[in-house]
Design a protein around this ligand. Structure first.
Ligand code: SIN
Ligand code: CO
Length: 371
């Protein structure tokens, strides 16, 4: 299946030759694919508070940008051309979207962001731009003309509400139809214009900046570092200026601060928690009428369990991280937990995991497998 998805390339070759390096057009990447939901169903999602949505209208130097949630009426009086509706994290609300993401399992889950869908009327686009992330752009219904460029001039227009390249110079152009897919590494300029009413599914990845990681790590250290001692100056000398902070005082402060240390374990603990943290707008809803523990156990052993699509479960050796929390697995839990982290579902539940899974079920992190 991955072979079709990657146009005959094995995941190993794709990673070696294209991932994070160069664009790849894959005709008929998902044979028979013509989308996961109708424009109307997408518009309904864009009216919900908990769903991130955007509406972009314009062309040339003239762009308009609005954030959702929208009202149904907002879509009734729209022009026939030149606008696009974008809905983020479709995989959180549509099981078929989560299943589509699972096809991209050849990229580590820690890198995965979400599945975004766009609906554009003829002429609709988000303008020529570049992104800082890798993306697979899978065409659903309709047709979109993509132009791309590996130009180095990435300057953007001032005074427009979205990021639009000032000088876009297309180098290649393709018309994508249902099932076709375009992979783009970060910073490749691209411009996709709807030929007819069309929907495009963007499989997007996370790539934190060094600054984000650094800030996050400092916050993590704040909770994990405990330093002994207190400022002491038994050899204090009389200062000419009592208002001055002396060199001796600064030297002592420097050596106290230099006691802040971290090792590979701190980095791993931080990385696991940070990378498994859902985005700040993600909330988990506990089940409305929760099963008792004994009924949960019975159903879970019969049908298995699935992770809630919003949950992020990652591991480093036997240490597991789920939605920003960490725990060590016992020897008889590790293999099953790894399988759940890799596949997001587990059919045989070891007895040792039942209570943990029930806690996760009560938090809305995990569900009984509905199939
Ligand atoms: C779109 O689907 O219209 C935009 C996707 C992108 O350019 O990143
Ligand atoms: Co883009």
């Amino acid at each position: 299946m991955t072979q079709t998805l990657l146009g005959g390339l094995s995941p190993t070759r794709f990673l070696r030759d294209y991932w994070h390096k160069r664009p790849l057009l894959i005709r008929n990447a998902v044979p028979g694919f013509d989308g996961l939901l109708s424009p109307l169903a997408m518009q309904e999602l864009a009216t919900r508070d908990e769903i991130e949505s955007r509406l972009i209208q314009g062309s040339g130097n003239d762009w308009q940008f609005d954030h959702g949630p929208f009202k149904k009426a907002d879509f009734k009086r729209r022009p026939k051309t030149d606008w696009t509706l974008l809905v983020q994290s479709l995989n959180h609300v549509l099981p078929a979207a989560d299943a589509l993401l699972a096809r991209f399992n050849f990229i580590p889950h820690a890198r995965l962001d979400d599945l975004m869908v766009s609906y554009a009327v003829p002429g609709g686009s988000v303008g020529p731009h570049f992104d800082s992330y890798d993306v697979f752009l899978l065409q659903g219904q309709g047709h979109r003309r993509w132009q791309i460029s590996e130009q180095t001039d990435l300057s953007i227009l001032d005074d427009v509400p979205i990021k639009i390249l000032r000088h876009f110079k297309p180098e290649e152009e393709w018309l994508l139809g249902p099932g076709d897919m375009l992979y783009l590494p970060p910073h490749v300029a691209h411009y996709g214009v709807a030929e007819d009413a069309c929907m495009t599914y963007s499989i997007g990845f996370r790539a934190p900046t060094t600054d984000e990681l650094g800030q996050g790590f400092l916050m993590h250290l704040q909770d994990s570092v405990a330093l002994e001692g207190r400022y002491a100056d038994p050899d204090l000398r009389l200062q000419a200026h009592p208002g001055e902070i002396s060199r001796a005082m600064l030297a002592q402060i420097e050596s106290m601060i230099a006691r802040i240390r971290w090792d590979k374990r701190d980095i791993a603990e931080f990385a696991g928690r940070y990378l498994s943290e859902p985005k700040p707008n993600v909330f988990f809803a506990p089940p409305e009428a929760p099963l008792s523990f004994s009924v949960f156990k019975k159903h879970a052993s019969k049908s298995g369990v699935v992770l809630n699509p919003k949950s992020r479960l990652l591991f480093i050796g036997g240490r597991f991280f789920i939605n920003g929390e960490a725990f060590d697995s016992a020897a008889d839990e590790t293999a099953a937990l790894r399988q759940l982290a890799d596949q997001h579902r587990l059919t045989t539940i070891p007895a040792a995991l039942r209570e943990r899974f029930y806690d996760w079920y009560e938090s809305g992190w995990l569900e009984i497998d509905p199939v």
